[in-house]
Structures are given as structure tokens and as C-alpha cells.
Design a protein around this ligand. Structure first.
Ligand SMILES: Nc1ncnc2c1ncn2[C@@H]1O[C@H](COP(=O)(O)OP(=O)(O)OP(=O)(O)O)[C@@H](O)[C@H]1O
Length: 567
């Protein structure tokens, strides 16, 4: 492998200055597509390979397992193997499991996979009945209280300012919180947020535990820092224990989890918490064609903390105005037809995404794509390496690695896939197709192996990817909620449902709510590299209606032309 300096050659001067600033505190304000992930991975790899960081003392933190997997994969590719990339939750869970037997005794309590079932029982124990939606709202409210670090009494003092499910009184909501906590205590269960709360408390009160963590981790990097919650922020502070070896990167315009307690204030006020801060800004956009960057800039113009992106790429066509349809059904059909046509002319399916505000919007597009035989993958569904068929193949590959096999790697791998049911031609059904694409993606990884690699190296690569949840690219169109698309990019992006009531969503009625919807739209638009298509429809499937186009289309300069509009 080349020397550490070569790593810097892949960066522009601004990015390079950040990579070379290896000691904290460092804050990077980076607009969409300006290479912030590239910059922080190179910075970490440069620090490791130049000997400033010991790889096993570096912790890179992100918000989703997918992002952590990506980060881990990119670091590995840059020769920073031993660095850990985790979500806050993943890192906290591992530490809690480690310290609990030492400082509390016995195994750590079981973590609930979700709250709604327990909330439902808690509500029932009070003799109340609420529908499924209200139960989800109560669970979300419990989450919000915990990530905001409010005790139930402190919450009770603020409950009057909170939006509650219809028919629910403020005292009932507070009592629901108490009943939920009683139930989980009795059952010795903890939830997602408790993991962070308990670990933070333990590190604050057990100096020996704090010392161990601080010895273990000396250098912290947090990606997407604009979405840090007060609870995550508190945990980060105890991890640091007064040290300044931290680099945070984020973009206030991409804060899309305020509803769940996140706040870009931590990013914007980082300097007052870390007075020696070295501040950097990245505004050159490498990702998107200029017309896409212009639309994104227009949408965010004059918003607090917004950066103005400078398009670096040249060419590309204009972004077409909002396509407006009579119904969601017609919109889904048109989007699927256009995608099928683009694939037909050679755009890889893996470079196409359909993004939407709420998960329920994907069903019509799924149907329309299935009818056209287009493979797709719903992002946020089952994780690649959790699929039973993929797990089986990984095990078979490890078994095969134990025997000396002189055949070329491609042949060995395709034979194993065949014995797991893979065929050279795709099956017709959607489920069969999904499985086929998964097998194909494994075969595709053979091409990424260095020349001369054998089945043992391949099995090791699969295992490393499995451990890091670093998924291969599937040859399929991605369907994703905008929230889950953060950090990702595709050549062609369709943003559907740009309609008042959907984006912005109906319940975002106050200023803060609308601004969050605007940022969500900004995240969606800035995922596109070459081509961005936006659409909406006046009527809901099966219903007549007259909802107008989203205000954000006009604000981005993409309002429907009068001729396109169907009223
Ligand atoms: N110096 C560079 N030279 C060439 N391409 C670059 C450079 N920096 C970034 N890019 C490209 O720009 C795109 C965006 O980079 P990256 O994914 O790191 O951005 P990001 O800032 O994390 O984006 P976002 O915040 O929107 O998710 C990628 O395709 C990346 O390869």
C-alpha cells in the first residue's frame, strides 16, 4: 500500500486542510455533497497511517447502522482497519454489556426491540383504550422525553406545550409514561434510550468505568453532528471526560430529526463548548449537476446556518419542473415507466432511487415497478447480511475456504451460489427476484477482490463485511423514505409526493415544523448526481381530492408549468 501522504492526494485543498488537522477540537460545517464523509474517513486514515492515532483508540460515530457500515468499509479500504465505526447506540450497548457485570453484577437487562407493545399494556393497566396510532404517538413521546433528558416530573411541567393524540388528556399522557416505566422496571427490561441513559449514568458515577472507556478511546469523530440529541451529546461528553480530541462534521440544513429531540445547536455552538476549536467549512459540491445545486440553494436561501453550495461539476441538463398528476396511481405509473425506460437505455438500476416522505407511499411504486419487471429494494427493510439466504452462503463460503481448491474464484463462488439455488437468469416473482439480486451482489464482490485472491480471502472479505454490515451494491432500484436516504447518492433521483399535506406533511403546521420539512426536501434534492425528477398528484389513490403542489417546488424554482397542471 502507498504512503500516508498519498491519501491526501484524493482531497481538494479545503478537505486536505481538515485531514491534516489531526488534533481536536475540530468542527467542519459541510454542505450536501461536499465530500464530508470522504474528508473524515481520509482524516482518520491519515491519522492512523501517519502514526498520530493508534487505530484501536479511534471511535467514529454515526447515526444509522447503514452509515456505520459504510464508514467502516471506507476506512478499511483506506488502510485504517482497526478503527471502530459505530452508531451511538451500538457503542453504548457494547459498553453497557461490558461494564454491567463489573459494576452492577449479573448480565445487563434485556433491551426491548420496540416500545409499542409495552406502551399498549401500560395504557391498558390504567384501564384506557387507545388506537394503534395513538399508541405509536405515546411511544414516540416517551422517546422524545428520554432523548431530551427530562424526568417524568420535568416532562409533566412541559406537557401542555406538546401535541397529544386526539382524545388524550395531558395527565393521561404523564401517567402513561409512569405506567410504562413501572412495567419495564418490573420486567427488568430497558429500552433503546435507557441504554444511553444507564451508560452515561454509570460513567458519571463509576470513575473506574470512565477511566477504562477513556483509555480505550482517545480520538472521536462524529458524522452528521447536526442530528445529535441532548442524550447523545451527554454521552459524548462523558466519553471525552474533558478532553478535546473530537472532530464533528455536519450541516445545519440537513437537520431532519428535530422531532425526535435532535438539535443543530450543538453543531453551531460547538465553539463555545470547545474554545480551542479549529473551524472549517466545505461548500464545493462535487456530487450534483449545477442545476440541481441551484435548486437546492434556492430552497435554503437565507435559512439560519445554511451554506451556499458552489457547483463544481459542469454540464448536466436543467431540472424539469414538478410533474403533476391527477392521482397517486398515475404518478407511480409514470415514475415506474420512466425508470424502466432509463434502465433500458443503460442507467444501472443501482443508480436510481425513488424517495418519499412516508413509508406508505412506496406501495404503488412497488406495484408499478413489479409489473414492469424492474428489481427494487425497499431501503430500511431487512438488512442484507441478516437475510437467511445470504447467511447460508457466507457459511458455505467459509466451509469451502477450508479445502484447497485450485479452480478460479469466480467459478467456486458461482458453484456455491448455484447450490444455494441461484440461476443464471432472474426469476419472475418479486420475492424470487430479491433473492436472486442478493446472490448476484455476492457474485459481484468477486470482481472487487485483488487479483489472485482465493476462496479463503473471499470468505474473509464476506465475514468482515458481515461484521461491519457493509452491504454490497444490489442491481436494483432503491425505494427509500427521505429520512433514510441521508448520506446516500444516486445518478437519477425521483422525489415523489411533492404535495401540500405530504411534503410538507399535514401535521407540520408551525414554523419549526415547516422548516424541518424544508430541510427534508433539501436532503432529498441533494441526493441526485445527474438527474433529479420531482412529481406530485392532486388526489390520493381511490379518493378525489384537490391538494395543491408543495410550496417547496416553487421555492426551489421548480413549480409546475401551467400547461402541466391538472386541476
Ligand atoms: N475532492 C474530491 N474529488 C472528487 N470527488 C469528490 C471529492 N470530494 C467528494 N467527492 C465526491 O462527491 C460526492 C459526495 O461526497 P460524500 O459522500 O463524501 O459527501 P457528503 O458531504 O458526505 O454528502 P452528504 O452530506 O450530502 O451526504 C461523492 O461522490 C464523492 O466521491
Amino acid at each position: 500500500m502507498s504512503g500516508p501522504e498519498d491519501l491526501l492526494a484524493a482531497l481538494d485543498p479545503d478537505q486536505r486542510a481538515i485531514a491534516e488537522c489531526l488534533r481536536g477540537p475540530v468542527r467542519v460545517l459541510a454542505g450536501a455533497g461536499t465530500g464530508k464523509t470522504r474528508t473524515i474517513t481520509h482524516r482518520i486514515a491519515y491519522g492512523v497511517r501517519s502514526g498520530v492515532y493508534a487505530a484501536d483508540r479511534v471511535l467514529a460515530v454515526t447515526f444509522t447502522r447503514k452509515a456505520a457500515g459504510e464508514l467502516q468499509g471506507r476506512l478499511r479500504a483506506l488502510g485504517a482497519e482497526g478503527v471502530r465505526a459505530h452508531t451511538f447506540h451500538g457503542a453504548a450497548l457494547a459498553q453497557l454489556g461490558y461494564f454491567w457485570p463489573q459494576f452492577v453484577g449479573g448480565p445487563a437487562p434485556k433491551v426491548l426491540s420496540g416500545k409499542v407493545a409495552t406502551v399498549s399494556q401500560a395504557v391498558e393497566s390504567q384501564g384506557w383504550r387507545f388506537g394503534a396510532e395513538a399508541l405509536r404517538d405515546i411511544a414516540a413521546e416517551i422517546e422524545w422525553r428520554k432523548v431530551s433528558m427530562l424526568s417524568i416530573d420535568a416532562y409533566a411541567r412541559r406537557v401542555d406545550d406538546r401535541a397529544l393524540p386526539s382524545g388524550m388528556r395531558a395527565e393521561q399522557m404523564v401517567e402513561a409514561h409512569r405506567a410504562y416505566e413501572r412495567l419495564t422496571d418490573e420486567r427488568r427490561q430497558i429500552d433503546f434510550e435507557d441504554v444511553l441513559i444507564l451508560l452515561t449514568g454509570m460513567l458519571e458515577t463509576e470513575p473506574r468505568a470512565a477511566l477504562q472507556v477513556r483509555e480505550r478511546y482517545g480520538f472521536f469523530t462524529v458524522d452528521e453532528y447536526q442530528d445529535v440529541s441532548p442524550l447523545q451529546h451527554a454521552l459524548l461528553r462523558v466519553w471525552l471526560g474533558g478532553r478535546d480530541e473530537i472532530c464533528v462534521v455536519g450541516d445545519a440544513s440537513q437537520t431532519i430529526y428535530s422531532f425526535a429531540g435532535a438539535s443543530s445547536e450543538h453543531l453551531l455552538r460547538f465553539g463555545s463548548e470547545h474554545p480551542g476549536m479549529r473551524a472549517f467549512t466545505l461548500e464545493r459540491n462535487y456530487r450534483s449537476a449545477p442545476a440541481i445545486v441551484r435548486a437546492a440553494n434556492r430552497l435554503m436561501r437565507d435559512r439560519p446556518g445554511a451554506l451556499t453550495l458552489e457547483p463544481l461539476r459542469e454540464g448536466g441538463s436543467d431540472v424539469a419542473p414538478l410533474s403533476w398528476f391527477g392521482s397517486e396511481h398515475d404518478e407511480a405509473e409514470a415514475v415506474a415507466a420512466s425508470i424502466a425506460e432509463r434502465i433500458h437505455v443503460g442507467v444501472p438500476a443501482s443508480e436510481i432511487a425513488v424517495l418519499y416522505r412516508t413509508n406508505s407511499q412506496s406501495a404503488l411504486v412497488e406495484e408499478a415497478l413489479t409489473r414492469r419487471g424492474v428489481s427494487f429494494r425497499v431501503h430500511g427493510g431487512q438488512r442484507f447480511f441478516d437475510r437467511a439466504d445470504v447467511r447460508q452462503v457466507v457459511i458455505m463460503m467459509r466451509g469451502q475456504a477450508k479445502v484447497a481448491d485450485p479452480r478460479p474464484l469466480f467459478q467456486i463462488v458461482s458453484d456455491i451460489l448455484r447450490s444455494a439455488g441461484w440461476t443464471a437468469h432472474p426469476p419472475e416473482t418479486a420475492a424470487g427476484r430479491e433473492r436472486w439480486e442478493a446472490m448476484n451482489a455476492i457474485l459481484g464482490l468477486v470482481d472487487e477482490m485483488p487479483p489472485g485472491a482465493g476462496v479463503r480471502e473471499f470468505a474473509d472479505e464476506l465475514t468482515a463485511r458481515q461484521n461491519a454490515q457493509h452491504e454490497p451494491t444490489l442491481d436494483a432500484v432503491t425505494l427509500s423514505a427521505i429520512h433514510s436516504s441521508k448520506g446516500l447518492e444516486w445518478s437519477l433521483v425521483h422525489v415523489i409526493g411533492l404535495v401540500e399535506g405530504t411534503l410538507p406533511i399535514a401535521y407540520a403546521s408551525d414554523e419549526a415544523g415547516l422548516e424541518e420539512e424544508r430541510r427534508l426536501t433539501y436532503v432529498a434534492l441533494t441526493r441526485a448526481k445527474e438527474e433529479l425528477r420531482i412529481s406530485g398528484s392532486g388526489g390520493r389513490a381511490g379518493r378525489r381530492g384537490g391538494r395543491p403542489p408543495s410550496r417547496f417546488a416553487a421555492e426551489a424554482g421548480l413549480e409546475p408549468r401551467p400547461l402541466d397542471a391538472v386541476t
